[in-house]
Structures are given as structure tokens and as C-alpha cells.
Design a protein around this ligand. Structure first.
Ligand SMILES: *[C@@H]1O[C@H](CO)[C@@H](O)[C@H](O)[C@H]1NC(C)=O
Ligand SMILES: *[C@@H]1O[C@H](CO)[C@@H](O)[C@H](O)[C@H]1NC(C)=O
Ligand SMILES: *[C@@H]1O[C@H](CO)[C@@H](O)[C@H](O)[C@H]1NC(C)=O
Ligand SMILES: *[C@@H]1O[C@H](CO)[C@@H](O)[C@H](O)[C@H]1NC(C)=O
Ligand SMILES: *[C@@H]1O[C@H](CO)[C@@H](O)[C@H](O)[C@H]1NC(C)=O
Ligand SMILES: *[C@@H]1O[C@H](CO)[C@@H](O)[C@H](O)[C@H]1NC(C)=O
Length: 200
């Protein structure tokens, strides 16, 4: 117990330190990918995506959850479609970004793991993987990108209430306790087991 508390505390201190130290370093990879995705969309004649700050905030939070997990051939864009686990603390991550399930459920979260976030490989992980289905879709109008270590997370948002990632002003009283946001990946890391649960 005591040692696991200490472990958690050290981990939090580590995360905080990294958060304070890394944003500048990672920003280039995010910009490159942003431009790369929009060039891709231009090449197939569909509208470019605009930056969505709230989606970006959530992408940073999610990248942070992934960052200790090593890249394998089963993580990131290599995952098997249809497996949609959820972060147990997902509601907290949303809250940190002033979001909730109502305004995010039509969005899509796409994590990729690339050693050192090599620029051309990162772009290929989105434009030449299963994720391209989403990049091809005209319903997505906004994008937020976050990265930590070898992980880069792209979140696409829509211009509708349910996917805008903009906090709504009206109350949707439907029970939305189960987030429907699609999180597409399969994970094998024991470490992440701490954060993630499977939805039936
Ligand atoms: C994009 O539009 C241009 C001009 O309208 C056309 O020449 C080109 O073939 C289109 N490309 C695709 C991939 O549809
Ligand atoms: C993933 O890598 C492992 C070990 O390197 C290998 O045994 C497995 O066949 C690979 N899976 C795929 C889908 O490439
Ligand atoms: C995605 O990145 C990994 C490196 O983590 C690489 O092995 C893989 O080939 C890339 N996938 C695509 C489709 O480019
Ligand atoms: C994405 O769009 C490109 C260009 O129109 C097309 O070649 C490709 O097959 C599409 N991929 C998917 C998965 O829809
Ligand atoms: C939302 O996006 C769709 C598809 O890109 C576009 O046709 C529509 O005009 C947009 N609506 C608003 C309100 O921006
Ligand atoms: C989502 O936020 C809106 C206000 O931004 C609020 O009215 C709504 O009740 C919230 N929904 C949930 C499920 O928390």
C-alpha cells in the first residue's frame, strides 16, 4: 500500500515535470502532422481541418495516458478495429478540458505510436492505416493533436453539437453516463491496465 502510494506520488511528480518541460519540444511534430493531414485532405479535394483547442486539450491528456507504453506491432494505428476500450478516468480527462460526453461523442480518437515521432512515419500511420477512413470523411471539420514521447494522438471533431468539442449551452438530459467516443486500439500493456477498462 505505502509503496504503491509512493509510486503514484512519484509518478504524478514525474508527469508534472514532464508536462512542464516538454510542450515546446513536441509542438513541431504536432504542427507537422497537422499540415500533413491537411495536405492529404487537399490532395483528395476535401476541406481542410481547422484547429480545435478543446480537442487538442483532450488529445494531450490521452497522449499522457499512453506515454509509458512502448510501441509494438499491436499498438497505435496497428490495432485491430472494433476493439474500443475506454479509459476508466476518461470522465476526468474530459473535465480537465471542460468537455463532456455530450459534445464529444461524435468525435474520433486516433492514437499512434512511432519511435521518436519520425515525421514521415507519423503521417503514414494516419494516411496509410485504417485511420484514413476517418481522414477521408467530410463530416470531420476540426482537429486537435497532442503528443507525449513516442505517442501522438489525433482527435477529429465535427461541426455538430455532438462532436463539436465545444461545451454546449443547453442541457441534454439523456443519460450519457457511458461515453460513446470511439477510442480505437487494442492494448496489451499491464501498466495501462491501471487506467483502462473494457466496455462490453
Ligand atoms: C481534385 O480536383 C481537381 C480540380 O478540380 C481535379 O483535377 C483532381 O483530379 C481532383 N483530385 C481528386 C483526387 O479527386
Ligand atoms: C508482432 O510481433 C511479434 C513479436 O515481434 C510477432 O511474433 C507477431 O507475429 C507480430 N504480429 C504481427 C501482426 O505482425
Ligand atoms: C506506423 O508506425 C510504426 C512505427 O511505430 C511503423 O512500424 C508502421 O509501419 C507505421 N504504419 C504505417 C501504416 O505507416
Ligand atoms: C480515402 O480516399 C482516397 C482518395 O479518394 C481513396 O483512394 C481511399 O481508398 C480512401 N480510403 C478509404 C479507407 O476510404
Ligand atoms: C458542417 O460541415 C459540413 C461538411 O463539411 C458542411 O457542409 C456544413 O456547411 C457545415 N455546417 C456549418 C454550420 O458549418
Ligand atoms: C455537458 O455540458 C453541458 C453544458 O456545457 C451540460 O448542460 C450537460 O448537462 C453536460 N452533460 C453531461 C452528460 O454532463
Amino acid at each position: 500500500m505505502a509503496s504503491s502510494n509512493l509510486h503514484s506520488l512519484l509518478f504524478v511528480i514525474f508527469l508534472t515535470t514532464m508536462l512542464l518541460l516538454t510542450p515546446q519540444v513536441q509542438a513541431d511534430e504536432e504542427d507537422d502532422l497537422f499540415r500533413g493531414i491537411n495536405s492529404y485532405r487537399a490532395s483528395i479535394n476535401i476541406s481542410s481541418l481547422t484547429e480545435n483547442k478543446n480537442a487538442e486539450c483532450l488529445a494531450e491528456q490521452i497522449a499522457d495516458q499512453f506515454k509509458k507504453q512502448p510501441c509494438t506491432n499491436d499498438t497505435g494505428s496497428n490495432t485491430i478495429l472494433g476493439t474500443e476500450p475506454q479509459f476508466a478516468n476518461f470522465p476526468d480527462l474530459l473535465k480537465k478540458c471542460h468537455l463532456n460526453v455530450t459534445n464529444t461523442k461524435d468525435g474520433v480518437i486516433m492514437p499512434a505510436c512511432v519511435p521518436n515521432l519520425d515525421q514521415s512515419i507519423v503521417l503514414a500511420n494516419f494516411t496509410k492505416s485504417q485511420y484514413v477512413t476517418y481522414l477521408n470523411a467530410t463530416k470531420y471539420t476540426g482537429v486537435g493533436i497532442g503528443s507525449e514521447h513516442d505517442w501522438i494522438v489525433v482527435i477529429l471533431s465535427t461541426n455538430t453539437t455532438d462532436g463539436s468539442f465545444v461545451p454546449a449551452s443547453t442541457d441534454n438530459s439523456a443519460d450519457a453516463s457511458v461515453p460513446k467516443l470511439r477510442l480505437i486500439y487494442l492494448f496489451f500493456s499491464l501498466f495501462l491496465g491501471y487506467f483502462l477498462v473494457n466496455l462490453d
